[in-house]
Design a protein around this ligand. Structure first.
Ligand SMILES: Nc1ncnc2c1ncn2[C@@H]1O[C@H](COP(=O)(O)OP(=O)(O)OP(=O)(O)O)[C@@H](O)[C@H]1O
Length: 547
């Protein structure tokens, strides 16, 4: 956080100076009231009126200082908040799919919106008040010590004791602030789920039920905010209570001094200054805790769990085999892979089959390096999967599933994913994916823009774009999870043929059987009650022997 604030050093200095404008205007006003009291003590109406005139000018200067302070501060705040958003966004983008998948997308959205707003609201407002409060404290103490060093010493001592008391509140403040952030995440998740399922909710006339559910979530999030605010208020009130006692002590002390010859105007000035110091300190100290808890939120935003990839030094190379040895994996006590052994050869086509829930996608995820919680080993050309750098793996594999994501951009950018691609290679990919006729029909060809998530394409065309992506990427392995499930029989057959004609290793899951085409796979891997059996595809579809 410190680095981030100091990244714009000069603007930060201006922010600090602008935050101190309040001190100048407060000091001017306090000096003025002492000055007016002095005129009253002297009993001159003319002097009194002249000083009231100065007062008007000082009030106008104060207003000018306030406006210019706001103006100077706001630019800096906006830029730092933009930096925080960019840093948080970058942190999420740099995550591996495995790390990213640990929480839902809505959690990230909430962090990037609610948490940044929380930092704006809590951190910057607190920082502003702290700078002006601390500035006033220092200047006030110096001025008081020039007139009354004992009073200045006493005020310093009290503020140190209050600081000590305040640190006792820190841990709980941080916890409550984190709870607010988590509450916001839960709320965003809940709302997003509701909106995603709106069609179903309407079809089932369940609006009231969901409204009630959301209301509960909203009140839970609000209760967390309330708890945080109440706790901050309690801290402040405890300290303000102490402040009243100190104030009484100051009156007592200064009263005694007036009897000993201290001027009435000066006494009023010192009293006002002491009051300012005491209450600024009492107001500012709880803000230290609020700021420190905001820093924790900032860390949560920008240090989203350091990945272990740093220790994974092996680059992915697949020249011969991927070998599963004694692999066991399951969820909640249910074994989906039970001491599984299997060897996948480069260039071969594998079709994973099994009943719904048997663990087909789970197996594919293990092979995609999306999960490492299995026991046993998976090795590619003898190198353990767990030691392979994920980026190098992602470079060499492509994934096609039922829902293809397409960017709101041209077909070209959706195929080459914003990388420079040799035109001949691009044309080969288009041909390989069976996209030639579509591109030829379109007036702008490859430069045709797609609507949001490719709304202006059919299911088959979307699937073909995903295949072209895999070819352009020159991926060595193609993972396909129900790649034709959303297509009609005829289209499914065509796409399946394209998969089988690719030179890459293909590992696919499909419930469908395309007569005369599915036999083109080399092997069928059938998952059944944690056991994985390998069949020759031709034999399997004839219902014959185990390999
Ligand atoms: N992240 C998860 N946490 C807990 N259980 C999970 C998780 N992912 C999958 N499962 C469970 O593991 C089992 C296997 O799921 P998987 O998606 O691998 O099956 P599948 O064979 O691909 O099924 P389908 O053919 O219906 O897609 C299911 O019972 C599922 O509920």
């Amino acid at each position: 956080m410190k680095t981030l604030l100091l990244k714009r050093k000069w603007e930060f200095i201006i922010y600090m100076i602008a935050s101190c404008f309040f001190i100048v205007s407060d000091l001017l006003i306090m000096g003025l009231s002492g000055y007016i009291m002095d005129a009253l003590e002297q009993g001159s109406m003319e002097l009194f009126m002249t000083r009231i005139g100065y007062g008007v000018i000082i009030v106008l200067i104060g207003a000018g200082l306030y406006l210019s302070s706001r103006f100077l501060r706001i630019g800096y705040m906006r830029k730092v908040l933009l930096d925080i958003r960019a840093e948080a966004f970058g942190t999420v983008l740099k995550m591996s799919p495995k790390q990213f998948g640990k929480v839902s997308k809505e959690n990230y959205v909430s962090r990037l919106t609610n948490d940044v707003n929380l930092i704006e609201e809590k951190f910057f407002i607190s920082l502003l008040n702290l700078i002006s409060g601390f500035g006033m404290y220092i200047i006030g103490l110096i001025i008081i010590s020039c007139y009354e060093p004992v009073l200045a010493g006493g005020l310093f001592l009290v503020s140190m004791i209050c600081y000590g008391v305040c640190t006792l509140f820190l841990k709980r403040t941080q916890k409550l602030q984190e709870a607010v952030s988590e509450g916001n995440e839960a709320l965003t998740l809940n709302m997003s789920n509701t909106f995603n399922g709106l069609e179903i909710i309407k079809l089932g006339n369940m609006e009231d039920k969901f409204l009630e559910k959301n209301k509960k979530e909203i009140s839970r999030a609000e209760a967390r905010k309330q708890a945080f605010n109440n706790y901050s208020e309690i801290q402040q009130n405890v300290l303000i209570f102490v402040g009243y006692f100190v104030m009484a002590g100051v009156i007592f002390y200064l009263g005694g001094k007036i009897g000993g010859g201290l001027g009435f105007g000066i006494a009023v000035f010192l009293f006002q200054l002491s009051t300012q110091i005491i209450f600024r300190v009492m107001d500012s100290l709880p803000l230290v805790n609020v700021m420190r808890s905001s820093i924790k939120i900032y860390e949560k935003l920008t240090c989203l769990e350091v990945s272990q990839e740093e220790t994974k030094s092996n680059a992915f190379r697949f020249d011969r085999t991927i070998e599963l040895k004694d692999v066991c994996f399951g969820y909640e006590g249910r074994k989906l892979l039970d001491h599984t052994n299997m060897t996948l050869e480069k260039g071969k086509k594998y079709l994973i089959k099994g009943a719904s829930g048997a663990g087909k996608s789970t197996l594919l995820h293990l092979l995609q390096m999306l999960n490492e919680d299995y026991t046993g080993s998976i090795k590619v050309d003898g190198i353990d999967y767990r030691t392979i750098d994920e980026r190098s793996f992602n470079e060499k594999v492509a994934v096609i599933d039922q829902d293809i994501f397409l960017f709101e951009d041209t077909i070209r950018n959706n195929i080459n994913l914003y990388r420079e691609t040799d035109e001949t290679f691009m044309q080969e990919a288009i041909k390989g994916a069976g996209l030639e006729s579509l591109i030829a029909e379109l007036e702008k060809g490859l430069e045709t823009p797609l609507l949001e998530n490719g709304k202006n394409l059919s299911g088959g065309q979307r699937q073909r774009i995903a295949i072209a992506r895999a070819i352009v990427k020159d991926a060595e392995i193609l993972f396909i999870d129900e790649g034709t499930a959303s297509l009609n029989e005829a289209l499914g057959r065509e796409i399946e043929k394209v998969f089988l004609n690719l030179p890459q290793t293909v590992i696919a899951i499909s419930h469908r059987y395309y007569e005369g085409i599915s036999e083109g796979y080399d092997y069928v891997l059938e998952l059944q009650a944690g056991r994985l059996n390998q069949y020759d595809a031709k034999d399997y579809f004839e219902g014959v022997s185990v390999c």
